[in-house]
Design a protein around this ligand. Structure first.
Ligand code: AMP
Ligand code: MG
Length: 428
């Protein structure tokens, strides 16, 4: 792979495509559209206190700090024998009687007489006069005594009070999604109840008179609604309270009524279809008629140019294009980040990896491309090589399910060739 720069030309994509009439019609860069959406996305500030069991998958509202040092007492890291160094005088080997046994959950107040050791198990409290724990594999045991051949270092195999976290230290910042690692951390500091952000109220609907629910028979000209299920899956989160308004035909009155209904009481409204320039594509206009403002539309991305970002009262609006690949890409690049910020998550950005292009393209510059791509191997440096699957892809949903991720081609690029370094968004 070479790190040589991709061939580019300057492109004029500086104007807006929003409600300001002096800035009409031109495309806005993806980052600008995203920035506008993120600016509108004020994080919900209401919190709820819930038992830890019900906090799983929610957004942590306040930093979590430990009320006690972690661990909260010196304890054994191994199954073995607890010894005092004073009992190992002169040259070894030393043969010492085993006085008693301490297991995890015991109080740890057992004291061995001078010259004797204690059997100790992992997690057991280490008595105050003990200097080290010798692994059971490193001693020989016969009847009630052990033979030690090597003097252990002071503190060997003892997990010290506070060595993981000091009392009052932060274990998690606010704004994290409580996944399995976070749940483990909260439980480890004894958090029986957790302050989480209240659930985000999200309303969705799909526009299109051609749409029919999967499972139903298709009349001529009809297709099954795939975007609804893409959104239902993407929004299936414990921190979302979803309202699914289903499918709405391309009738202005129905669409306005649905927009108003969706926005009432919602934190975010997401629609698909009807945002491009076709005769039936009226969502941005109808959104304004319903009382909202559009803050960005016509974004310099491919697929997904017609995505619209707006606001109606307290509800943020993201109007995704109808083509399933476009809807998916704009959702991941723009919609999901806005949603995450609105929900109070601190991590909103999409993670990218560097890959090596396994293809050549010549293209018209101007729009940043997100192409479904497959990983096909690794180059001599171990960098993954990706291949794009088809030159046209915005309506080809089969490409999406076969892809490993999206390869990014910069807006200004006029060509990208084999071996060049490109950003890649991996599907998880
Ligand atoms: P639109 O953005 O409404 O102009 O739609 C663009 C293309 O995507 C058209 O071919 C639509 O039939 C198709 N489409 C729109 N919505 C959906 C949907 N929910 N599921 C599958 N295809 C759709
Ligand atoms: Mg449509």
């Amino acid at each position: 792979m070479t790190l040589s720069s991709i061939k580019t030309v300057p492109v004029d994509i500086t104007s807006c495509g929003c409600d300001d009439p002096t800035l009409a019609a031109k495309l806005i860069p993806v980052n600008v559209a995203l920035m506008r959406g993120l600016e509108l996305a004020i994080a919900v500030d209401e919190t709820e206190i819930v038992p830890l069991e019900r906090a799983l998958g929610r957004v942590l509202a306040e930093p979590a700090t430990t009320p006690q040092p972690l661990p909260s007492f010196d304890n054994s890291a191994m199954d073995g024998y607890a010894v005092r160094l004073d009992d190992l005088s002169g040259e070894g080997p030393w043969q010492l009687p085993v006085f008693g046994r301490i297991a995890a959950g015991d109080a740890g107040d057992l004291v061995a007489p001078k010259g004797q050791v204690l059997r100790i198990l992992t997690g057991a409290p280490v008595p105050a006069d003990i200097d080290a724990v010798i692994m059971q594999e490193h001693v020989t045991r016969a009847h009630d005594s052990i033979t030690i051949t090597k003097r252990p270092a002071l503190g060997l195999n003892i997990r010290r009070l506070g060595e993981d976290l000091a009392e009052g230290a932060e274990i998690l910042p606010a704004g994290v999604e409580i996944g399995s690692r976070e749940a483990c951390a909260l439980a480890a500091i004894g958090a029986g109840e957790v302050a989480v952000k209240r659930k985000l109220k999200v309303a969705i609907f799909c526009t299109g008179s051609e749409l029919v629910a999967p499972g139903a028979a298709l009349a001529p000209g009809q297709i099954w609604n795939s975007n609804r299920f893409m959104l239902l899956s993407a929004l299936d989160k414990p921190w979302i309270e979803l309202r699914d308004l289903g499918t709405v035909p391309d009738q202005p009155d129905d669409l306005i009524a649905t927009l108003k209904d969706a926005a009432a009481g919602a934190d975010m409204v997401i629609s698909t279809g009807g945002v491009s320039v076709g005769d039936e594509d009226h969502m941005p206009r109808l959104f304004r008629e319903a009382g909202g403002n559009i803050h960005a539309m016509r974004v310099a991305m491919k697929p997904g140019k017609p995505v619209a970002i707006g606001k109606m009262n307290g509800a943020l609006y993201v109007g995704l294009p109808g083509n399933p690949v476009s809807a998916f890409v704009t959702w991941h690049i723009i919609g999901a980040q806005i949603l995450a910020k609105r929900a109070g998550l601190s991590k909103t950005e999409v993670t990218t990896d560097i890959v090596s292009a396994g293809f050549d393209v010549t293209r018209r510059p101007g729009r940043k491309e997100y192409r479904p791509a497959q990983i096909v191997g690794r180059d001599a440096n171990g960098i993954e090589i990706v291949e794009v699957m088809s030159p046209s892809y915005s309506a080809r949903v089969a490409l999406l399910s076969a892809a490993d991720g999206l390869v990014l081609i910069p807006a200004e690029a006029t060509e990208a060739s084999r071996g060049e370094a490109l950003d890649f968004i991996r599907f998880s």
